[in-house]
Design a protein around this ligand. Sequence first.
Ligand code: AMP
Ligand code: ZN
Length: 664
Amino acid sequence: MTIQQKITSLRDELRKHNYSYYVLDKPTISDYEFDVKLKELQKLEEEHPEFYDATSPTLRVGGTVTKNFETVQHEHRMYSLDNSYSKDNLEDWEKRIQRILGDVPVEFTCELKYDGASISLTYEDGKLVRAVTRGDGFQGDDVTTNIKTITSVPLQLRGDYPPKFDIRGEIILTLEGFAQMNKERIEAGEDPYMNPRNTASGSLKLQDSALVAQRPLECLLYSITGKNLNIASQFEVLEKARAWGFKVPTVAKLCKTTDEVMQFVEYWDVHRHDLPYETDGVVIKVNSLRYQEELGYTAKAPRWAMAYKFKAEQVSTVLNEITYQVGRTGAITPVANLEPVLLAGTTVKRASLHNADQIEKLDIREGDTVFVEKGGEIIPKIIAVDFTKRPADSTPTKYIAHCPECETELIRKEGEAQHFCPNDTGCPTQITGRIQHFISRKAMDIEGLGSETVELLFKEGLIANYADLYTLTKEQVMPLERMAEKSAENLVNGVAASKMIPFERVLFALGIRYVGETVAKKLAKAYKNIDALKAASQEELVSVDEIGERIAESVVHFFDNPTNVEIVDRLKSYGLQFSLSQAQLENQSDKLKGQTFVVSGVFETIGRTELKKLIEDNGGKVASSISSKTSFLVAGDKMGPSKKTKAENLGVPIISEQEFLAKL
Ligand code: AMP
Ligand code: ZN
């Protein structure tokens, strides 16, 4: 087999596995095997840039940074939908349709209304060429590089597809994916996201597509526009799209009567809670595309479609007690403990109260009967108090002034909604929480040590901070509950092995507030070692790309605390990595600082990914589209003609691969 054949066959194979996994939800290979093959393909593509393909599965990992998303006109306007809330509304709509169409039988396709961010995808010759957000319906933002990282969006279609068309759908986060993202955020000391829908739509505009790639986004599709499509009905649209490789939910139903439509609506109003994603209603569409054309559009929506909105489910129950939780970073969350009640298919015992303002605004008190609703959020929320049922002896809620764990007086900063326990180094929950974060998989990844053991070690007085882990001996650990010689040995060995973990992960493990994985990487790259970082002032930190006031202040605050400095010094003395390795350093410079590059075409001596990495490692920025801010366009063979014209029009210098390499 030639190299080219090998690359093509790997691409085909990975595409098939992607399709089975992300579109059909039926994996045909283990994650590990998939990764091995993907890496193999990545390597071959790097070595052989002449076989570049804009639809290769390797593009799923992202890595392109876009500063300004280009505004693009929609070829076909993206309309809104009219809403209905009752059977009467729906029947009125059907009568209006029949008046226009005359006395003909009309069928309807019923689909779920997916609650996310709408997107329009353009395909030419079976390849994804553009993805544009809805924007104002007439024009949106070109977010193609971000969309390419979403695995259920096919980059290359299968079967018998038309040469050019637009397909529309909704970018969503599944409930499970959303919960997982929030778990990771909380572990990194960041505030959790409010709901899947806003998070999905925010993801589309992230500048770094590698971050988009990490989010478990999905794309569900529902409509096609274009010329000579040879499709007669909406139901056929769904079937065809599915056959070409798009993810189209199978719950859609073809209905012959309004009664059937109502049955579909009523069924999903109850069963929507079993779906893996959120839906806020049903969309009913006239099935025949010819009738759709005849019906046309109002100023804002198609006459041939109607959304039926579900009512958010609500119940009332008694609030027994308000309790307060302390997080790893000291953030206090008030929690409403409710008389258990059935809501949207699950028994609800607790609801989030967010913060002190929320309690005050709604005047929520213990003993109140409250209305609880499950909207977009996972945890139900209290939306109002039933004042008619307030007990006579009720008194206003006094928000706690002291930490429920350590009695320290709480603080609340200007402009922040949340109260904090400032006792970072003495509050037990914060201490164990920080140690648990330190040992977690994405941080020091200490094998043989789990969250419960951390609590036990802390309770027994064997550790008071994460530096103490490195002085633990087998003899100290063995007497603990459920420990044996072997497990004690594993623990001590696991701790010792973590000394090899690279600097950026150690930095993340320290648990500095707002310093998540990505920020830790940025800081490690900018400062190269902990001493330089420690010496940095707030102004200096803010001048680092993507480091804002909030992060800068938190870093300075961390190193202002002598206890933290002492712990870091101890960790250093135990041999943990507190600077970038020689190999990491050798590949870095500031030579391209302040310059932005766009890379286009195929290169002779170097792969595109490698070229982009070189730019970033040397302090430059990579952008996906040319703007007046672009410093250079690095042009290889077969460069896109539109990029060339644009660069020329804007006066952006075009340089060759050799000219670029000479800069380094
Ligand atoms: P609204 O934003 O409430 O006016 O609702 C209109 C939006 O619903 C459309 O722009 C689509 O993004 C979205 N939508 C979700 N699911 C569907 C579906 N199955 N068919 C059509 N539109 C849908
Ligand atoms: Zn405390």
